[in-house]
Design a protein around this ligand. Structure first.
Ligand SMILES: [Zn+2]
Length: 376
């Protein structure tokens, strides 16, 4: 019998397809209330969020995660109902099994185990749970962080339960993420007949040298923690479909994943300088989805590495690879942020699953981190 497994199954049964929470947060809050966690249910627009805290002193160790899951895709392709958890061959199947209801269950059981031995711990234990991580991420963690800032509440260490592991539980933890900056560029020309180019102005011809220059820029070499910054054109479109018409406009979408060697301001300035140098008539709109952040080795990384070594007998690897996560909203407040969760091989897929024995191990790792940071 495993408390973590039981709770993970209860959470999977709740159909919390983003941005629905489907009662998951209520379940967590009720379970932790008798242990002294004070709950704030924060609803922003259509998104349920939960802030739980036990204690009023610092430092604050906050477990962070999400109860929402991505849609199932075609249900008939699943070997079992995605919202009826099933155990087969030592694996727990269900939507959210790996991303990230098992981690949420392990948060709860880790707190229960820790409080049994350390009811008078130092500082505070908190939980920041949203139901808007898989969606637009507008009314989730970012709003809770603003709410906390307004109240003067600070997170010292944020332990995000995203599935960070690749082959064995705990083999990789994420101690940072690259920044992500997107641009939509519209280069204007003058539409016309291909037989009369002197009466037209071809925006494709005008833009190509500038795009080639942008694509060839070596932004940086990365650093100890980050791979080099990369600029990628993701979409390019011009033309009416006819072979005899010079297009009037060219649209290009691009994205940069950038290291801590760059700032989004610096990148914007340089891109504009290239476009201006080529004399283009253009419009460019930007969207910054996250600044890069890095939690250098410190108490949180050390506590996580030591707890993983104790439970799993392996040395964890620090990584900043992969997509963005809600850690990007917490890091700017000055908190140390580490992502540590189960294997990510099946996330967002048909037949998402997690190893049953990893559930208790993950809970023990989280308990080990609590002990190292907050034991009295
Ligand atoms: Zn996730």
């Amino acid at each position: 019998m495993s408390d973590t497994l039981d709770l993970a199954q209860e959470l999977i049964r709740r159909r919390s397809v983003t941005p629905e929470d489907a009662g998951c947060q209520q379940l967590i809050a009720e379970r932790l209330a008798p242990l002294g966690f004070e709950a704030h249910h924060l609803r922003f627009e259509d998104v349920d969020n939960l802030w739980l805290r036990r204690g009023s002193e610092g430092p604050v160790l906050a477990f962070a995660g999400h109860t929402d899951v991505v849609p199932t895709g075609p249900v008939e392709k699943w070997s079992s109902d995605p919202f009826q958890p099933q155990i087969r061959n030592g694996q727990l199947y269900g939507r959210g099994a790996a991303d990230m209801k098992s981690s949420i269950a392990a948060f709860v059981t880790a707190c229960e185990a820790f409080l049994k031995d350390h009811p008078d711990h130092k500082g505070s234990i908190a939980m920041l749970i949203t139901s808007d991580e898989e969606g637009p991420s507008v009314n989730g963690t970012v709003k809770v962080v603003e709410w906390l800032e307004a109240r003067g509440e600070k997170i010292t260490w944020a332990l995000v339960g995203e599935p960070s592991s690749t082959e064995r539980l705990g083999d990789v933890i994420k101690n940072g993420r690259r920044g992500s900056l997107s641009g939509v560029l519209r280069v204007r020309g003058q539409q016309g007949h291909v037989a009369y180019p002197h009466l037209a102005d071809n925006p494709v011809h005008r833009a190509l040298p500038a795009l080639a220059e942008l694509a060839a820029i070596e932004w940086d070499e990365g650093n100890e923690h980050f791979p080099p910054t990369s600029f990628q054109i993701s979409n390019i479109h011009a033309g009416t479909g006819a072979e005899n018409v010079i297009p009037g406009e060219l649209e290009v979408m691009f994205n940069l994943r950038f290291s801590t060697e760059q700032t989004d301001e610096g990148i914007r300035t340089r891109v504009h300088a290239v476009l201006d140098a080529h004399g283009l008539d253009y419009e460019l709109s930007w969207r910054l989805s996250g600044h890069p952040f890095l939690t250098a080795e410190g108490e949180l990384v050390e506590a996580a590495s030591a707890a993983i070594r104790e439970v799993m007998g392996l040395d964890t690897e620090l990584s900043t690879a992969g997509g963005t996560s809600d850690g990007r909203f917490i890091a700017p407040t000055g908190a140390q942020v580490v992502e540590l969760g189960p294997l990510n091989a099946s996330i967002h897929k048909i037949d998402e699953h997690v190893r049953v024995e990893d559930l208790d191990a993950l809970s023990r790792i989280y308990t080990g981190i609590l002990k190292r940071l907050l034991a009295d």
